[in-house]
Design a protein around this ligand. Structure first.
Ligand code: NAD
Length: 494
């Protein structure tokens, strides 16, 4: 049976960029079996050997960085600056693992502590690989969201079978080619290409752990399919990020940062600012945002003087437009943008909405495109309550001069990452754990916690053969007195 190839298109011109053969779903199990065989040998390699291979890949990827950035620009429609910074962040992530992976995965001793009196000896803890990690990826950061996670899974001794998004298949292919060239064992990292049916086949092939990045609806379907097979998973899902603007926030700097935080990647960034909650009068902030939005240069990112590229596809733009219209029908006022731009290309101008009731916001929830909605609140508590009211909890930001007050709000906001006087960029920190709360996902990527997601801890308790260990059977009043003595010594009744 023949499967249609994936046709990669430039979303700014709609021109065909190339074709990538689809992996027949029936072949995914073979790819998995090969990865499983390679993993058994890879797990036995020393850290030095694994590190050397990862370092080679890191070097190759840095040599290919300009070409890959160009590929991201063409296939995803990102301005050159964004495509280039994506490559830098991806390389940072891999480098962190090369430099720090050993320490993060190192053997640990867990002392017996006071429980030695219960005859519990000390233990050694090791982080064992899980086996084969099955990754299903998205398109909006096609290198940054895949490459560092692949490096972490490999560093921990796993194999990886991954499916790049069908909307960034050419970038996925190029990334896999750099892995193929890095001299890793045959079949240890393999990409399979296609849409949801290939993703489904990857789940059915039975990886030892799943990692899904994408929308909440599809994510839940994939998580259910994994759970029904008893496979654990890491889920990086949609956000709808709030920004709480306090009355003492410096106006110009905050407006500049919010404009970028809302419209970077044409708003198709999972941690883009989507809701601006102004404590006080929202009108001047909404007007200010609309003014800066109108100044942004929208166009083909092939040109140097472009701030916003197109949306990823005609379907994504239609879905997004319908969501914006629903918010407007529910009472939001359009201060900038609000309608798709004429083609060719799937452009949508940066859109600023102002609302004075919660209804428009509930219609806009989950919108994945260049839109920001502004609302006013009488006090910070009301803004925090609104920020925490929905199902989304990926990232959030707080803006103000009084850092103590801002931090207090940050700790009360439900989100995996909260930034103060910042947005989006800190989520590229290679060592800080990244991930969502509530419906936005679970598990973490980056740094020590990200690396350990691809491991299973094992403890080995050891008692020296000749050390004292009284026989517990037969039970006696003496043993009972000893236990009672232990309990009272360490847990004296109040
Ligand atoms: P999507 O859910 O449409 O697709 C994601 C991936 O899942 C693709 O590879 C797709 O082929 C695959 N897929 C879809 N349905 C599947 C199924 N039933 N079985 C197996 N595989 C399936 O999402 P998208 O359009 O690629 O990405 C946009 C969404 O991703 C946004 O909601 C965004 O917020 C979110 N996102 C989250 C993060 C994060 O780190 N939390 C990062 C980027 C994007």
């Amino acid at each position: 049976m023949m499967f249609e190839p994936l046709i990669a298109r430039n979303p700014a011109t709609e021109a065909e960029l190339g074709r990538v053969p689809t992996t027949p779903p029936g072949r995914v199990a073979e790819v998995m079996a090969r990865a499983r065989r390679a993993q058994a040998r890879w797990a036995d390699q020393s850290w030095r050997e694994r590190r050397a291979a990862l370092k080679r890949w890191w070097g190759l990827l840095s040599r290919e960085a300009d070409a890959l950035a160009d590929g991201i620009r063409a296939e995803v429609g990102k301005p050159r600056v964004e495509a280039s910074s994506e490559m830098a962040m991806a390389l940072d992530g891999i480098r962190w693992t090369v430099d720090h992976g050993h320490r993060a995965l190192g053997e640990e001793v867990i002392g017996a502590g006071w429980q030695r009196f219960l005859l519990i000896p000390s233990a050694r803890l090791r982080y064992r690989p899980v086996g084969v990690v099955g990754m299903i990826g998205t398109w909006n950061y096609p290198v940054f969201l895949n490459a560092p996670a692949i490096a972490q899974a490999l560093a921990a001794g796993n194999a990886v079978v991954w499916k790049p998004s069908e909307l960034a298949s050419l970038v996925g292919l190029r990334l896999q080619q750099t892995l193929d060239a890095a001299g890793l064992p045959e079949g240890l990292v393999a990409a399979v290409f296609g849409g949801p049916e290939v993703g489904g086949a990857l789940v059915e092939a039975g990886p030892d752990k799943g990692m899904f990045t994408g929308g909440i609806g599809n994510g839940r379907r994939v998580l259910e399919a994994l759970a029904s097979r008893g496979i654990p998973a890491l889920a990086e899902l949609s956000g709808f990020d709030p920004a709480v603007v306090l009355p003492d926030a410096p106006r110009d700097a905050t407006l500049r940062a919010l404009t970028w935080g809302a419209f970077v990647g044409s708003g198709q960034t999972c941690v883009a600012v989507k809701r601006v909650y102004v404590v006080g009068d929202p009108d001047p902030w909404a007007e200010g945002l609309a003014e800066s939005a109108r100044r942004l240069r929208v166009g083909d990112p092939g040109a140097a003087d472009v701030d916003l590229g197109p949306m990823i596809s005609a379907a994504a733009r239609d879905r997004f437009d319908a969501t914006v219209r629903a918010a407007v029908e529910a009472g939001a006022r359009v201060l900038a943008g609000g309608m798709p731009a004429a083609g060719p290309g799937w452009f949508y101008p940066p859109t600023v909405l102002l609302a004075d009731t919660p209804e428009p916001e509930s219609r806009l929830a989950g919108a994945f495109g260049p839109v920001v909605l502004v609302r006013g609140f009488p006090d910070p508590d009301a803004a925090v309550a609104a920020a925490n009211s929905g199902i989304y909890a990926l990232a959030a930001s707080v803006w103000g001069r009084d850092l103590r007050a801002a931090r207090d709000i940050a700790w009360r906001t439900e989100a995996g990452t909260v930034t103060i006087n910042e947005a989006v960029t800190p989520t590229g920190h290679a060592a800080a754990p990244f991930g969502g709360m509530k419906a936005s996902g679970f598990g973490r990527t980056h740094g020590v916690l990200g690396l350990r997601e691809f491991t299973q801890p094992q403890v080995v308790f050891t008692r020296r053969p000749r050390s004292f260990r009284p026989q517990l059977f037969p039970y006696s009043p003496r043993l009972e007195r000893a236990l009672s003595w232990y309990r009272r010594l360490f847990h004296p009744p109040a």
